[in-house]
Ligand binder design. Sequence first.
Ligand code: AMP
Length: 617
Amino acid sequence: MAKISINIASGSIEKSAVVVGIDLGTTNSLVAYVPKGQKQAQIIPVRGNGIVPSVVHYNEHEVPAVGAYAKAQLLLSPERTVYSIKRLLGKSYSDLTQENLDLGYRIVPDTLDNKVNVQIGSHVYNPIEISAEILKELKTQAELALNARVEQAVITVPAYFNESQRQATRDAGKLAGLEVLRIINEPTAASLAYGIQSQAIGNIVVYDLGGGTFDVSILHIEDGVFEVLATHGDTLLGGDDIDREIVNYWRKQAAPTEIGDFADLRHWAEKAKIALSENSRGKFTHALNSEKQLELDFDILAQLAEPILQKTWNSVKKALSDAGLTPDQIQEVVLVGGSTRFPRIAEKLTQEFPSSRINNQINPDEVVALGAAIEADVLDGNRSDVLLLDVTPLSLGIETAGGLMDVLIPRNSKIPVRVGREYSTSVDAQINLMVSVYQGERELVEENRKLGSFVLGGIPAMPAGMPKIEIQFALNADGMLKVQAKELRSGVSQSVEIQPSYGLTDAEVEAMLLSGFTHAQSDVTLRLLRESQNEAHQIIYTTERFINKNSNLLSAEELEGTKQRIEAVRGLIEQDDRQLLQTAIDKLNDFSRPFAERVMDIAVSMALKGNRIDELK
Ligand code: AMP
């Protein structure tokens, strides 16, 4: 922190500015910084211990309160108290699952664009505004604690957040009066914190199970360079799910009598889980009323949590195989997120990574904010001992003929990254080209997530295939994508910063990776079929053009034979039998090749005599 200086003109004391790192968590949020001249990050002890529950309560005058007080209102006035808002950030109403709708407060669709909103009394708030309240509280309290201005921040998000969720996080920061220097992935931040403290060298697994999200990242750390090799995760998996399983268990035990509302039971479920995590031999009991008692022991808790832990383990295996590593190549496993205090997790990871160190030295609640603060310190220009390389979790590409996905930036590419590829037109005199940008792992764009589209207009009229159109993707360190299309012969260009698209359901987005793998085989078959269909359209187009222009150079048999074979190809295009279609294409090619070559020879010899070739085309 720089020294306090006196502003002579106003006579007031001008405070120094501190750049902070913020972990905007589903359950709790924290803010940290690196004191000037130091290397280690510290949690800013806002309101005591520095942990601010990510809960916002609006009283009947619509005045918001954030943190512990708001959390206490969860039981008293659940319909005016918003928790887990991170689960709704950047989502459309149609993204929501039953679990999202079971939150205790009212969720309504926006009448204009179907985004998710929260209704409190007669007021409607969007998740960005609500998240901004949490950030505002962190900013204000940090300013008080440090007696300094806090105007710039690095904010962390789950590695699995898509572009619209990242953008919503940025917007929330802006609304809270913060300049968001960078959005970084939570596991990356955690590894930064661990790397700094342990000077780790090697491959690291960051296992982050919080309240509402799960992330796993595989990182390689060497000489201060943090390289993310692979990421995987689930934005709808966390400790909240364990609580929900406990509530369901209690409800089943009590059936057919009703044993209290969801918010109340959820509160006790979390208490039971934490108590049993800390003392697995004990038994949790709580008298709901004179007749009903809630009970839970560790074995039942372990059974209830097992399917959730199994899901996380499947993600870990996926990330490992993406990184091309086996468990014995992992030096450290880093535990992040409050839910990793559940002892079964460390046990399971010890079994699966027998030769690795299971690292949980840093408080799992604080580690992400501490890492974000280190990154903030780097961006503030105070250190050069850390270089952060991140990766993009999902592939990015454009739609090409036949609805195929052409990937420009494959998933797990290091970012920032810039990739350009050349395309052309498919019909003569095409003056507009629609560029549609998608994210996802499937071969057909319709199965992927559309991020946006734009039209490159003003392409000079040229024969098909002549224009040279370069599409360039630039993905910056925050995961924001800029797409530019440029026709190189004329120089016309058009570019967009991809605006988040809220159109598709979240289930689709989250299932993308998994779906890419389960459909890999059928996708390849479908891609081959679409490619043959594209080829068929193309060959019909060029052959018809050829015989129309050169009918005087062809015999009646050649003309008739070609037309018949064209019809055969045409008749098979829609039949979805690639083998038959390909055979018909080959037959047409074989039939037309001899006379096509003959006509070309004539064309070339005429050109040599001074005639233009295109007169013969
Ligand atoms: P985070 O999102 O990282 O703040 O993690 C919050 C989650 O950690 C919540 O679901 C808590 O119930 C859970 N949690 C906190 N302490 C414990 C504990 N001792 N055992 C199990 N889960 C815990």
